[in-house]
Design a protein. Structure first.
Length: 207
């Protein structure tokens, strides 16, 4: 779904799969998809991705976790002694809505995306049970259960937005990624400019 969402800014996003540390180092943002959280954790360990991913996140790389991906991002997960990535200040309960047979769909209002609710698909979904002071609650169910949240450059959703034709949440994440990339590009240009100025000053001193 991300492959097409950048077109609204005139620059299609280059989307690739990430399985290695080298591939992780080459991307500006990452989506951790749904699946099985224990399997995701095992693969992160097997491919040596956990610590490099934590470092990239700590340095500001945007990450979007959906369903099991939200579990991977959470700092506190019921039943897990050690979090998988653990850099988003949220608490998560796994399989909060029941097992596979209790999967369901719901229209979820997400004010940040506009007035139209998003059709959300919950499959063995987690629930966000608590958020830290720096976390914005983006969506919740009628009973108050939190199902989407943002903390700076980190985004988490309990459901599977990729399973519908509604790409608004992916567009929202793409905007975070592009804004971060522009910020990094400006910083690099400023550093290059300062380097040129320092070189000119040194040259003048030598004269």
């Amino acid at each position: 779904m991300l492959a097409g969402v950048g077109r609204y800014r005139g620059e299609p996003l280059d989307v690739c799969e990430v399985r290695t540390v080298e591939e992780l180092a080459a991307v500006d943002g990452l989506v951790i998809p749904g699946g099985e959280s224990t399997t995701i954790g095992k693969l992160m360990g097997d491919f040596g991705l956990r610590e490099p991913l934590r470092r990239r996140v700590e340095h500001g790389m945007p990450v979007f976790g959906t369903c099991a991906g939200a579990i991977a991002l959470a700092r506190d997960v019921d039943g897990l002694v050690h979090p998988l990535v653990g850099l988003m200040d949220i608490s998560v309960q796994r399989n909060a809505f029941g097992r596979q047979q209790q999967s369901f769909e719901a229209d979820v209002p997400i004010p940040s995306l506009g007035d139209r609710p998003m059709r959300a698909i919950f499959i063995r979904a987690p629930a966000i049970t608590a958020v830290g002071a720096g976390v914005q609650v983006m969506a919740h169910l009628p009973d108050g259960g939190i199902v989407a949240a943002r903390q700076a450059h980190l985004l988490a959703a309990s459901f599977h937005p990729e399973l519908t034709g509604d790409d608004r949440l992916h567009r929202y994440f793409a905007e975070i990624v592009l804004a971060r990339k522009e910020q990094c590009d400006r910083r690099a240009e400023d550093q290059e400019t300062r380097g040129d100025m320092e070189g000119r000053v040194e040259a003048v001193h030598e004269l």
